[in-house]
Design a protein around this ligand. Structure first.
Ligand code: ADP
Ligand code: MG
Length: 255
């Protein structure tokens, strides 16, 4: 047939930490242009899966493909080059840089393991920020951060800091955006804003993978949902079917 190439695919992916099978044989395909979601109880392996996809953890076994190209041998610094961007479950902004500077930086340096010399960053940014970067300006505008461009992260609400992370990821012009609990610490209105932003990006063709505890937000936002428990896929499909699935309910309620 005319099957489309998945934007991302895993085959029998596993990440074990000693005896802990955090991810244990996940085979999944993400279709282009959709918002896919992962639900699952705490500790079911969602963040570890994202760490595996972005090569921030070792693989015990399995394969990962981006647009049909196997990439699991690549180091984390090469993942952005595949068009894959992410936000982290915990906010990772550089506290001494402004919102605009954090967005401009992209998330390469964060993915590579934290703060390089701040002086070096300032030097690189200083050169680049002399003329406004249109990609950064667009990212700030789309995430509603124009008014905060010169603020430091520490002066912002937690919800706004999370939006800076999304802006930073969007500024990388990715093909696929991975969002690990992007609305943690946000109120209902802020969650609605993130949901609308994601759907707008989806309508512009950006594939996204969302991890979220708020089941209602998942139902409202996702086109397709994967349910995980204990490192494995329980089921996948249309959001309401997955959320209503007996095995999913049991995994959540711990019956
Ligand atoms: P989730 O994001 O679904 O809450 P995680 O992927 O964070 O789940 O965790 C899955 C399991 O793997 C948990 O038992 C967790 O304690 C364990 N785990 C995650 N990261 C590590 C690590 N770096 N070393 C050891 N165990 C880990
Ligand atoms: Mg997690």
């Amino acid at each position: 047939g005319t099957a489309e190439v998945p934007v991302l695919e895993t085959r029998d992916l596993a990440v074990h930490y000693g005896g802990i099978k955090a991810v244990d044989g996940i085979s999944m395909s993400l279709r282009p242009g959709l918002i896919s979601g992962i639900i699952g109880p705490n500790g079911s392996g969602k963040s570890t899966l994202v760490a595996a996809l972005t090569r921030l953890t070792h693989l015990t076994r399995g394969e990962i493909y981006s647009a049909g190209e196997r990439y699991d041998h690549l180091p984390p610094g090469k993942i952005a080059g595949l068009g894959i961007a992410r936000t982290f479950q915990t906010v990772r902004l550089l506290p001494e840089l402004t919102v605009a500077e954090n967005v401009m930086l992209g998330n390469d340096s964060v993915a590579e393991g934290g703060l390089r010399g701040l002086a070096g960053l300032r030097g690189r940014l200083g050169r680049r920020s002399r003329s406004a970067n249109p990609v950064v300006e667009e990212a700030l505008e789309r995430t509603g951060l124009d008014a905060f461009r010169d603020a430091l992260p520490g002066d912002l609400s937690y919800g706004t800091q999370r939006r800076v992370e999304i802006a930073r990821a969007i500024a990388m012009r990715p093909r696929l955006l991975l969002l690990d609990e992007p609305t943690a610490g946000m109120n209902q209105a802020e969650r609605g804003e993130i949901s609308r932003l994601m759907m707008q990006l989806r309508d512009e063709g950006l594939a996204q993978l969302l991890i979220e505890h708020d089941v209602q937000m998942m139902l409202d936002t996702c086109d397709h949902i994967f349910a995980m428990a204990q490192g494995r896929l329980l089921t996948e499909g249309r959001p309401k079917d997955v959320v209503g699935d007996e095995r999913v309910q049991e995994a959540y309620l711990g019956k």
